[in-house]
Design a protein around this ligand. Structure first.
Ligand code: CA
Length: 497
């Protein structure tokens, strides 16, 4: 790159989603904790870009770490503290410092739609029921009504009062129109940005104003503006588990990223293509989605993933077939934008059905149980891969080593995350091919989803490339490119530049 090349935006990262409770238990009480994340930091990023023992992701998303009565902690009692099950504020600060040292972006879940019913704001408000609201500002924090309505529950001990709780009675919805609540939100963001976080994952953005995407977008625009005043680089990724149309509308808020739900899971883009060995239309959809997003927000960054903590594990959708898992990994890890890996996905961990099953303990080893937390309460599913982290690191053909290589390719080639995508039409249903152009540099990403080897004509004169710069295949066989003939082994991927 020459000196006129603009600086690479720091918000382009591969993120690793961590459920702290199930990650690593530092004090042997059965519950994963922040010290555990710190102790396993070398696995996340050891600062050595050619490391063979580290994922070397550029970002971590911590699921909620604030005090909460639930095991998942998506219902918060105190937005300015760490849940004692996970450790102390000093532990969090140590983790944030480590992230800074290794240039890892630390983002945390920010749950703004609702609090816990045990939050003192809600407790105080309920205790003041019937008293004019002016006497207790916390009465204004929630949506109370004297009329029963859908999504409302009765206030305990007050038969003629109801409160909004779209996610259930233990999660009262905050009144996001209330200036006092908005001031509180700004205070919360400042508190954590000052602690060293780089940004936030926004929980349940379509529920802020249930059914009113225009108001959701306006609220998110306000949120982004306020966060930018505190830290101009504050990164947001929003959860809008909704249609492409809704997500596009929400991008109008200026929020950096929204999870690409339409491309995720078994009915999305990546997994069905792998299952059917049919890549028709995949490159075109990547291109048209990116075109649409950039029109709405030129600074938008797609957030692609296979599955998250609310979905069945992707391994099950891929028949627990390591070759299919590798192919799916290549598709979303080499897609434009930020790829989000759910902890354990890189090992082929499984789990479906009730939520607890999707959030099982990280499989550090199948023989050494050190630091492996207990499963969440009520988990009922315990089938796991034959190999954990320790065993897979030693196995050249493991899924984990495939992920490590893919992350490295994405890290080393800024065009993949940041470039403008252009689909290349290939008369072979098993092929996904596109170029990505970033500044003046173009590279080509080509996948063969088929279980058969394929030879394609890929003209050097037409595409102006020099050579293969990286490749990988499920069998370990190399992709070759000779005299415009590109030969791709079964289920393989190549980067040509
Ligand atoms: Ca612990």
């Amino acid at each position: 790159m020459n000196s006129s090349t603009p600086a690479i935006s720091d918000n382009y990262r591969t993120y690793y989603e961590i459920f702290v409770r199930s990650f690593y238990d530092s004090n042997n009480d059965g519950i994963g904790d922040l010290k555990g994340v710190l102790q396993k930091f070398d696995y996340i990023n050891d600062g050595n870009s050619s490391s063979k023992k580290s994922l070397n992701v550029g970002g971590i998303w911590l699921m909620p770490v604030m005090p909460s009565p639930s095991y998942h902690k998506y219902d918060i009692t105190n937005y300015y503290a760490i849940d004692p099950q996970y450790g102390t504020m000093a532990d969090f600060e140590a983790l944030a410092a480590k992230c800074k040292e290794k240039n890892v972006s630390l983002i945390m879940d920010l749950v703004l739609n609702h609090t816990s019913s045990e939050n003192k704001w809600f407790q105080s408000a309920c205790a003041s029921i019937g008293i004019p609201r002016e006497h207790n500002p916390y009465c204004k924090y929630y949506n109370f009504s004297t009329e029963p309505q859908p999504g409302y529950e009765q206030v305990p001990q007050y038969s003629n009062w109801y409160y909004e709780c779209q996610f259930g009675k233990n999660m009262p919805d905050l009144n996001l129109d209330e200036p006092l609540v908005r001031a509180e939100i700004v205070k919360i963001m400042k508190f954590w940005l000052d602690k060293g976080v780089s940004g936030f994952r926004l929980d349940a953005t379509t529920s802020y104003y249930t059914g009113d995407n225009e108001k959701n977008t306006a609220f998110l625009k306000w949120l982004k503006t306020e966060a930018t005043k505190i830290n101009k680089n504050c990164y947001f990724v929003g959860e809008a588990w909704s249609t492409a149309g809704d997500i596009e509308e929400l991008y109008g808020s200026g929020i950096d990223s929204f999870f690409n739900f339409p491309f995720s899971q078994i009915s999305g883009l990546f997994i069905p293509a792998v299952r059917s060995e049919n890549g028709s239309g995949v490159a075109e959809k990547l291109q048209s989605w990116q075109t649409d997003l950039l029109k709405i927000n030129p600074k938008s960054i797609d957030a692609v993933f296979l599955t998250n903590h609310d979905n069945g594990r992707s391994s099950g959708m891929l028949n627990r077939d390591i070759n299919m898992e590798k192919m799916a990994a290549a598709l979303y890890m080499l897609a434009p934008g930020n790829s989000f890996i759910y902890y354990g996905e890189e090992l082929g961990m499984t789990g479906s059905g009730r939520d607890e099953n999707k959030r099982l303990p990280m499989l550090w080893s199948v023989t050494d149980k050190t630091g492996i937390p207990n499963a969440p309460p009520n988990a009922e599913y315990f089938v796991q891969p034959d190999k954990g982290v320790a065993e897979q690191l030693k196995d050249k053909s493991s899924l984990l080593n495939y992920y490590i290589k893919l992350i490295k390719i994405k890290n080393q080639n800024p065009e993949i995350a940041r470039g403008i995508v252009k689909a290349i039409t290939v008369q072979n249903a098993g092929i996904v091919a596109y170029s990505v152009k970033y500044n003046s540099s173009t590279l080509y990403v080509i996948h063969n989803l088929s279980t058969q080897p394929v030879t394609l004509t890929f003209s050097k004169d037409k595409y102006g490339y020099k050579k293969i710069i990286d490749n990988l295949s499920v069998s370990g066989k190399k992709v070759t490119l000779k005299s415009d003939n590109l030969t791709m082994p079964a289920r393989s991927s190549v980067i040509i530049k």
